[in-house]
Write a protein that binds this ligand. Structure first.
Ligand SMILES: *Cc1c(COP(=O)(O)O)cnc(C)c1O
Length: 449
C-alpha cells in the first residue's frame, strides 16, 4: 500500500487494497505532555490532530476544531466526574448524546472543508449499531455536496436511536433499515467499498471507525482525561476502562499509549458478544453468532478496527496482517501466539459483563452515588471493578442513559429523560426498508444519489 495524505485518508475511508489506513509512524509525544497539560479541549484537539493532519494549514484546522466542539453542551467537552472510586469520563455531551459525536462532528466539518477546497461531491455510506448513524447524520445534515446513506439493522437499535436517525428530514439524509444484524450491515458496507470501480464512480466515503480521522479525534479525550485526573489525584499514570464493540474507541487509547501517554492499563469490556474478550484471554479471534443484548451498540462479533491493533501486535508487518485477515474471512478464525504465561498483551485486561451484571451495576450506582450509568458504560464499570488497580481508573461513559429508556427502567424502576430526546416524541420520520443484500443496497444508492 502506498502512502496517502491525510485529506485523502479522510475522503477514502478504506485503503485501495481493502485494508485499513494507519499513520506511517506514531509520533513520540512524551516531551510535549507537560506543555499540553493545561490546554482547553479544543486547543488540545488542535495540537494532537495537527501531528497527523499535516496537509491542513494550522489556521484552517483550528477553525475546524473550534467549530466542531462548539456544538457540545459542556464547556469541557468531555468532563471526568469522580463517582465512588472511579472517574467517569462523560463523552455524551454532543448533539446526539453518544461518544460518536466527538469524532463525527469533526469528520463532518472535515468533509465539507475538503470538498470546498477540491470541489466534487461525497456520498457517505455507513453502517450503525445505533449511535454512529445519528452522530454521522448530525455531522453532515444539510451540508452542500454531501449525501449520507445509513444502514441500521431493522428493529435491533433502541427505539430512540432509530428515531434520532429517522427524524432528520434533510434532503441529503437517507436511512435504510436492513433485514439483518449490524455485522450484515457492516459487511455490505465493506464489500461495497471493496468494489473500487463502484466506489470511485459514486464518490463513496466512510464515516464508520474504519475512517482514520475518527480514531484520531478519539485520541484527544484520552489525553484530556489523563491530564485532568493526574492533576486531581496526583497519580503518575492512569488506566482506562472502555466498553467495546468495534475496537474503535479503545484503539484510540492504545495509540495514545503508544505515543507516550502514561496509560498503565486498558480494560477492554464487552457484553455477551465477547469475541474480543476471548481473544485477549486465548489469542484466538473466532467469530460467533451475534446475540442481542441490553448494550446494543456493542452487539458486534467482527470488530472492524481489530486489524489495526493486529498490525502493531504483528510487529507492523502488513503482509502478516493481510494473511491473518484473509484467513479470518475464510475460516472465521485467526490465532496469534501467546507468551508462556498465556498473556496476549500485558497492557490489556479483558472481561465481559452480561445482562444481570449490567443491570446490577446501574442500580447500585444510582443507589450509592445517585449517578446514572448507561448500559454500555455499566459494562465498562463492571469489568473495571472485577480487576482493581493501584492507579486511578477512568471509565468511558459512551452514551447518555436516556438513550436506553427501557433498560434503565428495568434497572432502576423509573424512566430517564433528556430534553433533546423528549423533543423527538411524535415528530415525523423517514426511512426505507431493504433486504440484507449488497446489490439491492448498491442499486438504492445509484437511484438516490
Ligand atoms: C459505538 C458504541 C460503543 C462501542 O464503541 P466501539 O468504538 O465500537 O468499540 C460503546 N458504547 C456506545 C454507547 C456506543 O455508541
Amino acid at each position: 500500500m502506498d502512502s496517502v495524505a491525510f485529506q485523502d485518508a479522510v475522503m477514502t475511508g478504506l485503503a485501495t487494497d481493502g485494508g485499513l489506513l494507519l499513520p506511517e509512524r506514531l509520533p513520540d509525544v512524551r516531551d510535549r505532555l507537560s506543555a499540553w497539560r493545561d490546554l482547553s479541549y479544543s486547543e488540545l484537539a488542535f495540537e494532537v490532530i495537527r501531528l497527523f493532519a499535516t496537509d491542513i494549514p494550522d489556521a484552517d484546522l483550528r477553525t475546524l476544531v473550534d467549530k466542531s466542539y462548539d456544538s457540545f453542551r459542556h464547556p469541557e467537552v468531555s468532563p471526568s466526574v469522580a463517582v465512588g472510586d472511579l472517574y467517569i469520563l462523560e463523552l455524551f455531551h454532543g448533539p446526539t448524546l453518544a461518544f460518536k459525536d466527538v469524532a463525527l462532528q469533526l469528520l463532518g466539518n472535515l468533509f465539507a472543508y475538503i470538498l470546498e477546497q477540491r470541489g466534487g461531491c461525497l456520498n457517505i455510506l455507513g453502517a450503525t449499531s445505533g449511535d454512529t448513524g445519528s452522530a454521522a447524520i448530525h455531522g453532515v445534515r444539510g451540508k452542500k455536496n454531501i449525501n449520507i446513506f445509513v444502514m441500521h439493522p431493522a428493529g435491533r437499535t433502541s427505539p430512540i436511536q432509530e428515531q434520532q436517525m429517522t427524524s432528520v428530514l434533510d434532503e441529503n439524509v437517507f436511512n435504510l433499515a436492513v433485514e439483518g444484524t449490524f455485522d450484515d450491515c457492516q459487511s455490505i458496507m465493506k464489500t461495497t467499498f471493496a468494489d473500487l470501480p463502484f466506489k470511485q464512480m459514486h464518490s463513496l466515503g466512510a464515516v464508520n471507525s474504519v475512517n482514520w480521522a475518527r480514531v484520531l479525534a478519539q485520541m484527544v479525550y484520552y489525553f484530556y482525561a489523563t491530564f485532568d485526573v493526574q492533576k486531581r489525584s496526583g497519580a503518575a499514570a492512569v488506566r482506562f476502562s472502555v466498553p467495546t464493540g468495534n475496537f474503535g474507541d479503545i484503539l484510540a487509547g492504545y495509540l495514545a499509549q503508544q505515543m507516550g501517554l502514561p496509560i498503565e492499563q486498558l480494560v477492554l469490556a464487552t457484553n455477551e458478544n465477547d469475541i474480543l474478550t476471548r481473544f485477549f484471554h486465548t489469542g484466538v479471534y473466532g467469530k460467533a453468532a451475534v446475540v442481542p443484548s441490553i448494550s446494543p451498540s456493542m452487539d458486534i462479533q467482527v470488530a472492524s478496527n481489530f486489524e489495526r491493533y493486529l498490525f502493531y501486535q504483528m510487529d507492523q508487518d502488513g503482509d502478516r496482517v493481510r494473511a491473518a485477515m484473509k484467513q479470518f474471512s475464510q475460516e472465521g478464525r485467526l490465532e496469534i501466539s501467546v507468551d508462556e504465561s498465556g498473556v496476549v498483551d500485558p497492557l490489556f485486561i479483558a472481561g465481559r459483563g452480561a445482562t444481570a451484571e449490567t443491570l446490577e451495576v446501574i442500580k447500585r450506582y444510582e443507589e450509592q452515588f445517585d449517578y446514572l450509568l448507561d448500559p454500555h458504560t455499566a459494562v465498562g464499570v463492571w469489568v473495571a471493578e472485577q480487576h482493581p488497580a493501584s492507579v486511578p481508573t477512568i471509565c468511558l461513559a459512551t452514551a447518555h442513559p436516556a438513550k436506553f429508556t427501557q433498560t434503565m427502567e428495568q434497572a432502576i424502576d423509573r424512566s430517564v429523560h433528556h430534553p433533546i430526546l423528549d423533543a423527538l416524541d411524535g415528530v415525523p420520520t423517514r426511512c426505507d426498508s431493504i433486504a440484507n443484500d449488497r446489490d439491492l443496497v448498491q442499486q438504492y444508492l445509484v437511484e438516490h444519489i
